[in-house]
Each structure stands twice: as C-alpha cells, then as structure tokens.
Design a protein around this ligand. Sequence first.
Ligand code: CUA
Length: 350
Amino acid sequence: MKERTIFTVIILSLVLITVGYLVATQVDFSWLLPAQASSRAVLVDRLFRVMMGIAAVIFLIVEGALVYAVLRFRRKPGDDREGLPVHGNNTLEIVWTLIPAVIVAVIGIYSYRVLTDVERKPSDPLVVRVIGQQFAWSFEYPDSGVKSSVLHLPVDHPVQFQIESRDVIHSFWVPAFRVKHDATPGQIDELVLTPTEIGTFPVRCAELCGVGHAAMTTEVKVESQEDFQAWIDSGGTLVSSATTAAGSGTDNSAATASAPELLVQFGCGACHSLSAASLAGIVGPALDGIGTWGADRVEGQDAQTYIRNSIVEPNAYVEKGYAPGVMPQDFSTRISQEQLDVLVSYLASQ
Ligand code: CUA
C-alpha cells in the first residue's frame, strides 16, 4: 500500500514536471503577447514562459486535488454522518509552505538576473529624450537637434531613453519593447534597450494623467540604419528652431515645417479634431471652422488673433464646456514665431 502511494506520487510528479516543461518551452504564446521587438522583450518573455510553466503545474495540482476530492469523497445517498474531525497535518503544512517559498525565491533570483541584464548599459547608445506632457509624447534627439511626436529608432542599435515629464506623472509604455516606465516631473530616468525588429508599434501612456490620458498615444517606427539616418538628415521633417545651436552653424535644413506637420509635432491631435488634417482628438474643442467661429469668441479679436492667443495663452479664454489648464501652458516657449505664424494662418483658413 505504502509503496503504491510512493509510486503514484513519483509518476504524477514526473507527469507534472513534463507538462510544466512543455508549457514553458513549447506552447505558442504569441497570440497572447504583443510583438517581440526589443532585446528586453526576449528576456522578459523567457521569464514569462518560465512563470507560465510553474503556474501550469500549480494549476494542475490544485485543480486535480479539487476534482479528485469532489469525486472520491462525495457524500453517498443516505449517509448523514458528521465529517471526521481533522486537526491539521504538520507534514502537509510544512510542505505546502516550503514549496511556494522555494518557487518565489527562484523566480525572485531569476527576475533579478533579468533586470540586471536588461539594465546593462550598452556602449555608444543613441540618446533619445522622451517627454511626457498632458496629453502627448514628444521625442528629442540631442545629437542632431531633431524633434518629433513619432519615435523613430534604428534597428539593432542600442538606445538610451531619457524619460521626463513636463507636468504630471505619465508612464512611457511600449508593449512591443516590454517597456513601461514612469515619466516623473523633476527627474530624468534612463532606460536602455535595442530594437530588434523593423516595424511600427504603439506607444501608450500607462498612468492616469488627466482627461486626455486615453488619447496620449503615438507610434514607434523601427527602421533600417539607412532609413533612420535619412529621417534624421531630413531634420525629422520637423526641426525646431530652438535647437539650431546643436547644428554647429549649418542651419540650412531648418525650413519651417508645414502646418499639418506642426500639428503632428506638437501633438495637437491628441486633444483636438480637425478634418482637414485628419486629427480626431476629443478632449478639446473641435477646430473645424475655427477661421469663422474664432472671430466671434472674444470681443475685439479677429480669428487670427483669437487662434494665436489660444495657443500661447490658452487660459485667457476657455471655450464653453471645457476646463482651463488642460491645454499645455508652455507653447509660447516651445513654438517658434515662424511656426506659430504657419499654424495661425492655416487654422484661420479652416
Ligand atoms: Cu499621460 Cu496618461
């Protein structure tokens, strides 16, 4: 009898270990996970698989015991006796405390190793500033002075992000990179990775940061080295005049971007809609027809003046039904005079 029990336990253990191993190594989880597009993703997903393997074994043990108990110890018809008074089982309690403790320790040590691996600083990374602001992401490349609202990265080249916030706490979330990192006002956080797959992947904000939180999205475009360099050389199509000093005198590429490009660069579409520029934000007032209705909002201001003031001093007049302080207050320091002129005359023509 005793020998049979030991034999059963050994067989069951072997079956469970095999199942756990197969889940960790063979099961295809790609339908469950976002694209695997960075050096981090590989390491994080490996950890995920190991944890899924362990979880599968625990699931089978718990559910197996449950089903076995339900079938084996089911009350017989006509049996109205009390159940046996059971006063605990020290061996069992030690075992089911010890095993989870070991599992937690193993996963903890493994996770720590994954963490140190993904945080190891590469040599000669491309530095990209990641700036969170209600309610848009923007990216700056200090080496070239390029600014963009879409993140461009060269494939297979290490990147060092410098993550910061202009207002409240945001969270820089790129599921395909397995990155989710807070952007905290008043500090710069560094984060390194290497994009490993060419493609376009979503960038999100993962910290509730205000009414426009859900709209705080953009994309990362991972490109070949050549495509990335061409994009940088074009000034990212979008060069801010505030950073021309970085170009050491070669100021020829700083042609002012077109109005639709500027709307993208400054993230206007996160909050505003404008059919002519395919903007679809719902947080702030719709901009269609602003060239007409903008003229009768503030006494003595024509549409042009109204639009200009609304950009550089948004709290001076707030459209009915909208809250003050939602529109960023610092566009006067971020938009050059030329860019402002282009935007104002474009919007006034709507
Ligand atoms: Cu920024 Cu949510």
